[in-house]
Design a protein around this ligand. Structure first.
Ligand code: GFB
Length: 323
């Protein structure tokens, strides 16, 4: 463990500290005694602007960086803005990784995504399957950007001797997620749909796709603990999958959310909407061999996420009541 970098006084910059993942990582760091934590909103620092990012690093001189900043979104968001998903994420990761290197940052952890794997990878997906085939078309921009970011870390480690870690999480959900009805990922999207249907006594909820697609869903606070664990203990150059090692169909997920929310009506599948990758279950052998295992079961995570949504209802509904 390189404790000269990850000691409790280390100055840690969380890029994307207000997002679902970044805020979970900040909670986890503070709960573990780290107090010297740095963050900037996108209004304070546009990470797509190379000079501004370099100046920020030169001035603040972080000891460690967690790269959780990204343009993110669900299947519809990705389909509607592929150029933005590719350009914004390429600029953000390139500027931060290069500025970290130029400012001699010892530790950096880069957050990728399980969508980097080929659409029809054998399941569960091992790290070595990367680039064995075409990625899923619905999120190609995001996937190519995340592959590039992970490769950037790998090449900087190889050429410059940096110790940058890349993790590839499965689909994530939890407190602080984006519940926008179109832009969101499936868990917040369905929580909102089932809640709205319950409070308006709607006869049915429409679930996109066939319901047959399978997703592995890790609670974001568990991911945050995995990131801290790896920052403290991992010094290899290979990237690691981070997940639960099990998945559910979208139909099973919809039933679980329907029960958590307490909706009694009908669930209908809109087959005109895309399923995206049929399955993207991660092989988490490398992570488990490193000594980490998830904690939060899906049903518990869904209950905690729904409660967070109710407690923060006004953030998403312009001051309406959450009934
Ligand atoms: O979470 P999601 O939007 O993204 O969709 P992906 C997961 C599955 O849930 C798809 C279905 O099969 C959707 O068709 N689904 C059903 C819904 N109802 C809904 C709904 O109301 N909202 C949403 N959003 N989905 C993302 C990538 O792919 O995975 C991102 O686009 C990122 O870039 C993320 O990689 C991890 O899992 O299909």
């Amino acid at each position: 463990m390189n404790d000269t970098v990850m000691n409790l006084n280390s100055r840690i910059y969380i890029a994307g500290h207000r997002g679902m993942v970044g805020s979970a990582i900040e909670r986890c760091l503070r709960a573990n005694g780290y107090h010297n934590i740095l963050g900037r909103t996108s209004g304070e620092l546009d990470l797509r602007e190379q000079r501004k990012v370099f100046e920020f690093f030169r001035k603040e001189k972080p000891d460690a960086v967690i790269l959780a900043a990204a343009k993110v979104g669900g299947i519809m968001a990705n389909m509607s803005a592929p150029a933005e998903f590719l350009y914004d994420n390429l600029m953000i990761e390139s500027n931060i990784i290069h500025s970290a290197y130029k400012n001699k940052v010892q530790k950096l952890l880069f957050l990728g995504s399980s969508c980097i794997y080929p659409r029809l990878s054998p399941q569960p997906m091992k790290e070595e399957y990367l680039m064995d085939g075409k990625v899923e078309p619905t999120n190609e921009g995001y996937a190519v950007a995340k592959i590039a970011g992970m490769k950037l870390c790998e090449m900087y480690n190889r050429q410059y001797g940096t110790g940058y870690i890349s993790v590839m999480p499965c689909n994530l959900y939890g407190k602080g997620d984006d519940f926008d009805p179109v832009r969101s990922h499936v868990v917040p999207g369905l929580i909102r749909k089932f809640h709205e249907a319950k409070v308006t006594d709607a006869a049915e909820v429409i679930v996109w796709g066939t319901g047959k697609a399978r997703r592995e869903l890790l609670y974001t606070d568990d991911l945050a603990e995995a990131c801290l664990f790896l920052l403290q203990t991992y010094s290899g150059n290979g990237f690691l999958n981070v997940g639960m090692g099990m998945d559910v169909t979208i139909a099973e997920l919809a039933e679980m959310i329907k029960e958590v929310v307490g909706y009694q009506g009908k669930v209908t599948f809109d087959k005109t909407k895309p399923d995206g990758m049929p399955q993207k279950l991660l092989d988490v052998t490398r992570l488990e061999e490193a000594g980490w295992h998830y904690k939060t079961e899906l049903k518990d995570g869904l209950r905690q996420t729904y409660q967070w949504y109710l407690d923060n209802y006004n953030l998403f509904n312009g001051g309406g009541t959450n009934a």
